[in-house]
Design a binder for this molecule. Structure first.
Ligand code: ZN
Length: 416
């Protein structure tokens, strides 16, 4: 399971966005009756078993009373069966089929068909026939998969764990050998104190070394949380035990009652608000930087609006391209057959007909791509960093409302 989890983590922002958009489209489809089929095939499943299952459903569905629903369900199952033939075995993460009749205009319907290879492995085989497509397992895969290191510690025990998405994983539990306060007979108080200090030092060193092993090479690690019932956590955090790379990642210390696995969960619960804030903070900071630049009298190192940002992108002057996840636009390109001019335009919806901006003749649409995908491609080519900004913060909303969802922080000003 570990290695496949990592595949999910490496999913780029853009892949995630594309997957999200596909799910959005599928989510908006509704059948007239219970006639939309969802089939989830996990990587370990035999294709022949899936086909056998579907054939069983096919014969069952001949009992459906409504003629149109029966026809639709049988048609959908047949279509999935024929698509299944293209596979010898399921792809690495499995495959999902969504097929069904959805309303078009008036009485007409069209067949909606989607075949998705998910970013993470499908865990269970599932067949569902409903008036909507069943998306929950895929939506779960879009959940944030950032990880945070966890340490709960007092003088007698420490537990080290990892928070990955919403899952807490124990890495190691360490019991300390620090003697309890009761001194053994024959020891001087001073000698006893000294023994305690040595044992405590060894314990902290061991905890820190375990943390180094577990976290330093983890590139996905966004931060480190330290918890515990007493002042030990602050002492541990304040001393130089932790690897310097990890010291920089400490988000904070939190009071929790336990230092075992239960303590790890408590720690995550206590830090939840802070972690959510951190995600939003990054986005807020970027937009605030943009606004600061815009406020400068010379216009600063900022550009906004589609045309201005495009111009700067082409000049290679964009440092960070800021795109709102709320952008819903099409980039349409045309080839005019009358005058030969190639042109592009941006539209909220794909227009029924387009005219050549050069000669005015009606032209055909050559391609239609999501504007975010198109911007990503240009940015890739120019080696420009792209940040997708959610609409969950005030600043994120402002990016859409004030700047049309497209802005850039520049490396240098280009005039114009
Ligand atoms: Zn033309």
């Amino acid at each position: 399971m570990e290695s496949s989890d990592r595949i999910g983590e490496k999913l780029s922002d853009r892949q995630k966005y594309d997957f999200k958009r596909a799910l959005e489209e599928i989510r908006n489809l509704h059948g007239r009756g219970t006639e939309l089929i969802s089939v989830y095939v996990p990587p370990g499943k035999q294709i022949s078993d899936v086909a056998a299952y579907l054939r069983g459903e096919y014969s069952q569905s001949s009992n459906i009373k409504s003629q149109s629903t029966r026809k639709a369900v049988m048609g959908a199952i047949q279509s999935i069966l024929s698509r299944l033939k293209l596979y010898k075995r399921p792809p690495a993460n499995g495959v999902v089929f969504f097929v069904g009749e959805v309303p078009k205009v008036g009485d007409q319907t069209r067949t909606a068909q989607f075949v998705l290879e998910p970013p993470e492995p499908i865990t269970t085989f599932l067949y569902r026939c409903d008036s909507e497509f069943y998306l929950e397992p895929l939506l779960d895969m879009l959940e944030e998969k950032r990880s945070y290191g966890l340490i709960v510690i007092d003088r007698s025990e420490a537990t080290i764990g990892l928070l990955k998405g919403k899952r807490v994983q124990i890495i190691k539990n360490i019991q300390s050998l620090v003697p309890s306060k009761h001194r053994m007979g024959g020891q001087s108080a001073l000698r006893f104190e000294r023994l305690i200090e040595i044992a405590a030092h060894e314990f902290y060193t061991k905890v820190a070394n375990t943390a180094t092993e577990a976290f330093v090479s983890n590139k996905e690690l966004k931060g480190l949380l330290i918890g515990g019932p007493g002042p030990t956590k602050e002492y541990f955090n304040g001393s130089d035990y932790l690897h310097y790379e990890l010291q920089k990642k400490v988000i904070g210390t939190f009071d929790v009652g336990y230092t075992d696995e239960y303590g790890l969960r408590e720690l995550v619960e206590k830090a939840k608000d802070k972690l959510e804030d951190l995600d939003l903070m990054r986005e807020k900071r970027l937009i605030q930087r943009l606004l600061e630049e815009i406020r400068r009298s010379d216009g600063g190192l900022a550009a906004y609006g589609e045309d201005e940002v495009r111009r700067n992108l082409d000049l290679g002057s964009v440092d960070v391209l800021l795109l709102s996840e709320g952008l819903r636009k099409h980039r349409i390109s045309m080839d005019c057959s009358s005058c030969g001019r190639k042109s592009t335009l941006t539209a909220d919806k794909v227009p029924d007909e387009v005219k050549c901006p050069n000669c005015g003749a009606q032209t055909e649409i050559k391609s239609d791509v999501d504007i975010i995908d198109e911007f990503y491609e240009v940015a890739d080519r120019m080696g420009t960093r792209v940040e997708l900004i959610s609409t969950d913060s005030e600043e994120g909303e402002m990016l859409v409302a004030a700047f049309g969802g497209i802005a850039a922080i520049l490396r240098f000003r280009t005039g114009g």
